[in-house]
Ligand binder design. Structure first.
Ligand code: SDX
Length: 387
C-alpha cells in the first residue's frame, strides 16, 4: 500500500460505473456505449436522461412517457417558492440553488424513503424541479414576476420560456441549450459526482446528495470554471494582452491559472470543448457577432497556448468550460447563471450514479485512509509548562 497520500485522489479508482467512460488519453467521452459526438446535436436532454437511467435510448412511447412525467413534476411546493422569494436578491445563484433543492427535501414527505420505487419518482422530480428553482430565483433577483411552466415545451424550451418571462425562445436557442445539457449530463468520477456518491454511500437521502453535489460543483476549479473563464477573457480584453496572461499562468509563484484549460483526466482535447467551440462560432455568427472580441481573444489564446511548451508538456488543453461561457454569454445568460445551468444538466448524471449505488447490495461507505503526520517529534520537546 502506497504510504504517500495521493494528492487529489489522482488515478485512484473509486467506483465501477456503467454510465460514462471518460477516455482521457484519446479525448473521448462515452455515455452508455455511445460516443458523445454521436449524441450531441442528435438527441435531446430527455433522451440523454433516459439513456443514462435505463441504459438504452428510448423509443417514442418511452420518451413521451418520460417527458410527461417530468412535466408533471415541474410545480414547486409553495413553501419553496416563498423561500426563494425570501432570499437576499444578491444571493449567489448557486447558493440559492443549493438552498432551494435542500428545501425541496423538507417539503417532500417521502424524502427519507430510499426504496427503488420512491427513489425513481424523486429522481424525476428533482430533474424536473432543479431548472424551475434556478429560473425562479433568476426572475426574483431581477424583480420580475414568476411564470407558470408550459407543459407543451421540452426541458430546454421551458427553461428559456421561464427566464424570458413567458416569451417562447427561438428554436436555435432551444437547440443550443439542449445540446449544452447533453454535453454536461455526465462525466464519470468528477468532483461533484464523487462528493454526492460519498453522501449516498452512507445511505443518506437523495436531497442531501444533490446538495453535496451542488456545493461541490460551485467551485471555480470545477463547475465554476465556465464563469471564471469568461471573466478571465474579459480581463484579458485584447489579444495584445495574451502574452502577459500566458506568462502569469506559467509562473509557479503566481496562483493564476488559465480558466477553461487543463483537466485531471483529459490529457488530450476535451471532446466536449470541440463541440462547444463549433457551437460557439455558430451562435455568434447567428447573432451577427462572429467578430466578437471575447471570441477573438479566446481563439488567439487557444492558438498560443497550444503551441507553448509549458502547456504541451503538461498536456493542458481547453476543456468544456472554455467555450461554454462564451456561448452562454452570447445567448444572453448572465455569467452567474452558467454554473447553475451546468448543475441543471449534470443532475441527470448525478441521479443516475445514485441509482447505481442505491440498487447495489454490496454498497459500502466511502472511507479512504489518511497519512497522519506524527506529532511524536513535536511532543518530545514539550515540558509540563507547555501543556
Ligand atoms: C470541469 O473532473 C471532471 O470531469 C470535471 C469536468 C466535468 O465535466 O465534471 O470536466 C468539469 O471541472 C473541467 C475543469 C474546469 N476547471 C478549470 O478550467 C480550472 C483551470 N484548470 C485547473 O485548475 C486544472 O487544470 C484542473 C483543476 C482542471 C485539473 O487540476 P489537476 O488535475 O489537479 O492538475 P494540477 O493542478 O495538478 O496541474 C498539473 C500542472 C501544475 O503544474 P506543476 O505543479 O506540475 O508545475 O499543470 C498546471 C499546474 O500548475 N496547470 C495549469 C493549469 N491547469 C494545470 N497551469 C496553468 N493554467 C491551468 N489551467
Amino acid at each position: 500500500m502506497s504510504s504517500d497520500a495521493t494528492k487529489g485522489l489522482e488515478g485512484i479508482v473509486a467506483a465501477k460505473t456503467y454510465l460514462s467512460d471518460v477516455r482521457g488519453d484519446v479525448g473521448e467521452l462515452i455515455y452508455r456505449g455511445y460516443d458523445i459526438n454521436q449524441l450531441a446535436g442528435n438527441i435531446g436532454y430527455e433522451e440523454t436522461v433516459y439513456l443514462l437511467h435505463y441504459g438504452k435510448l428510448p423509443n417514442q412511447s418511452e420518451l413521451s412517457a418520460l417527458k410527461t412525467k417530468l412535466v408533471s413534476y415541474r410545480q414547486l411546493p409553495q413553501g419553496v417558492i416563498d423561500l426563494i422569494q425570501s432570499l437576499p436578491k444578491d444571493t449567489v445563484p448557486m447558493n440559492a440553488l443549493r438552498t432551494g433543492i435542500s428545501a425541496l427535501g423538507c417539503f417532500d414527505s417521502s424524502s427519507e424513503d430510499n426504496s427503488p420505487e420512491s427513489l425513481q419518482e424523486k429522481a424525476l422530480k428533482i430533474i424536473a424541479q432543479i431548472p424551475i428553482v434556478t429560473a425562479y430565483f433568476h426572475l426574483y433577483r431581477q424583480g420580475r414576476p414568476l411564470v407558470e411552466s408550459r407543459p407543451d415545451l421540452n426541458e430546454a424550451a421551458n427553461f428559456l420560456y421561464l427566464i424570458n418571462g413567458g416569451t417562447e425562445a427561438e428554436k436555435d436557442s432551444v437547440d443550443t441549450l439542449d445540446m449544452c445539457y447533453v454535453l454536461h449530463a455526465d462525466h464519470g468520477m468528477n468532483a461533484s459526482t464523487f462528493a454526492s456518491r460519498v453522501t449516498v454511500a452512507t445511505l443518506s437521502d437523495i436531497y442531501s446528495a444533490v446538495t453535496s453535489a451542488i456545493g461541490t460543483l460551485k467551485g471555480p476549479l470545477h463547475g465554476g470554471a465556465n464563469e471564471a473563464a469568461l471573466n478571465m477573457l474579459r480581463e484579458i480584453g485584447d489579444v495584445k494582452n495574451i502574452p502577459k496572461f500566458i506568462e502569469k499562468a506559467k509562473d509557479k509563484n503566481d496562483p493564476f491559472k488559465l480558466m477553461g484549460f487543463g483537466h485531471r483526466v483529459y490529457k488530450n482535447y476535451d471532446p466536449r470543448a470541440k463541440v462547444m467551440q463549433k457551437t460557439c462560432h455558430e451562435v455568434l455568427a447567428e447573432i451577427g457577432k462572429k467578430d466578437d472580441k471575447i471570441l477573438q481573444v479566446a481563439l488567439e489564446l487557444e492558438k498560443i497556448a497550444l503551441k507553448d511548451d509549458y502547456f504541451i508538456e503538461k498536456k493542458l488543453y481547453p476543456n468544456i468550460d472554455f467555450y461554454s461561457g462564451i456561448t452562454l454569454n452570447a445567448m444572453g445568460f448572465p455569467s452567474t447563471m452558467f454554473t447553475p445551468l451546468f448543475a441543471v444538466a449534470r443532475t441527470a448524471g448525478w441521479i443516475a450514479h445514485w441509482k447505481e449505488m442505491y440498487l447495489d447490495p454490496k454498497n459500502r461507505i466511502g472511507r479512504p485512509r489518511q497519512l497522519s503526520v506524527s506529532y511524536t517529534h513535536l511532543r518530545a520537546h514539550e515540558t509540563e509548562a507547555d501543556l
